[in-house]
Design a protein around this ligand. Structure first.
Ligand code: A2R
Length: 315
């Protein structure tokens, strides 16, 4: 009996390919390059990145698209839903790693550890010559979390032992958390001195961290982004960092990755990471396993493990 065909349209974690090949006939190709017979055989997709409506329309018999990562903005899930196709992502298995990264990035930004290390490595530490005191301290800060979902809540829990005040903004208030709620992002930015963004890329979050929000955050303000670069007006952020409208920023994500605005490189008050929040071997392996397990479970039991809200499983 021939095996179920699964399309892998681009680069993906090696473990996904290895494990898929144990159970499926894996076709590594751009959907646009498939002839009608090959396209008709495809019943599943494993993708890291983009799979748009045109790609979906090329596969008449596809049942499930398994997307690598918790953010699935590259996959047109709304279009998939109109055709009864399930989309899955990899939530939860990366919560701890991304939350740990957020805390590390926050400390690096506030205490300037990367700059201090570069200073030492450049041979500057000599008798009578010490690295300058950091302008900021985490002690006594009020941290606002923009997005209190799976990852945002883990960030908040990790912040508690630092004895900072914690508040948040989401559209829906959480009755079960001990943090202050602000019904608008502007109110939150005005109340806190540290803002951590961990919202998804959606039409509603586009460039919501803009000049007005940065101005509300203020000159002692520190901005951390571990969500999506899409959420930030990068020109306004560069301007705010240059002019002292805010104090510092730590960024793991950018608007047009991997293109980071050159104007950020020159800023001493910006800490920049190459989108590595979930990027450890164990966590990426767990994400790869979940990509494969969603396909395995679907074809064995018609029950995907983690369907996205746009394509819920109908009982
Ligand atoms: O607004 P709510 O109540 O749906 O709360 C969600 C919040 N959120 C927003 N908050 C304010 N304004 C918005 N327009 C807005 N849209 C969404 O973001 C919720 O608290 C949070 C998202 O949580 P989860 O869906 O559990 O996502 P998770 O796993 O925490 O990952 C967040 C994002 C991913 O989508 C990737 O883009 C990135 O982190 O790695």
């Amino acid at each position: 009996m021939s095996r179920i065909a699964v399309l892998v349209p681009g680069k993906i974690h090696e473990r996904v390919l290895t494990r898929l090949k144990e159970s499926f006939d894996v076709i590594e190709a751009d959907p646009a390059s498939l002839d009608a017979e090959a396209a008709g055989r495809i019943r599943g997709v494993a993708v890291s990145g983009t799979f748009n409506a045109a790609a979906i329309d090329r596969l008449p018999n596809v049942e499930l698209i398994s997307s690598f990562g918790v953010g699935y903005d590259g996959v047109d899930a709304k279009h998939a839903a109109t055709k009864g196709i399930i989309v899955t992502n990899t939530p939860d298995v990366l919560n701890d790693e991304v939350a740990d990264t957020a805390i590390g990035l926050l400390l690096n930004t506030i205490r300037e550890f990367p700059r201090a290390e570069n200073w030492l490595r450049a041979g500057n530490w000599k008798p009578g010559q010490n690295y300058a005191l950091s302008r900021f301290s985490l002690k006594g800060r009020h941290v606002g979390i923009y997005g209190l979902g799976r990852i945002g809540q883990e960030i908040a829990k990790r912040l508690e032992p630092f004895k900072v005040k914690i508040s948040y903004h989401t559209r829906t208030r959480h009755a079960d958390v001990p943090y202050g709620y602000y019904p608008t992002l502007k109110d939150l930015a005005g109340a806190v001195d540290t803002l951590v963004s961990i919202v998804p890329k959606t039409a509603q979050t586009h460039k919501t961290i803009n000049a007005e929000i940065l101005s509300a955050l203020g000159p002692e303000g520190v901005f951390i982004n571990v969500g999506r670069g899409w959420t930030v007006d990068e020109d306004a952020l560069v301007q705010a960092l240059k002019s002292g409208t805010i104090g510092a920023a730590g960024l793991d994500v950018f608007y047009d990755e991997p293109n980071v605005p050159a104007s950020l490189f020159d800023l001493p008050n910006a800490v920049l990471l190459p989108h590595l929040a979930s990027g450890s071997v164990p966590t990426r392996n767990a994400m790869a396993d979940l990509v494969v397990d969603n396909l395995v479970e679907w074809f064995a039991k018609a029950k995907p493990l983690t369907p996205v809200p746009e394509t819920p499983l109908k009982e």
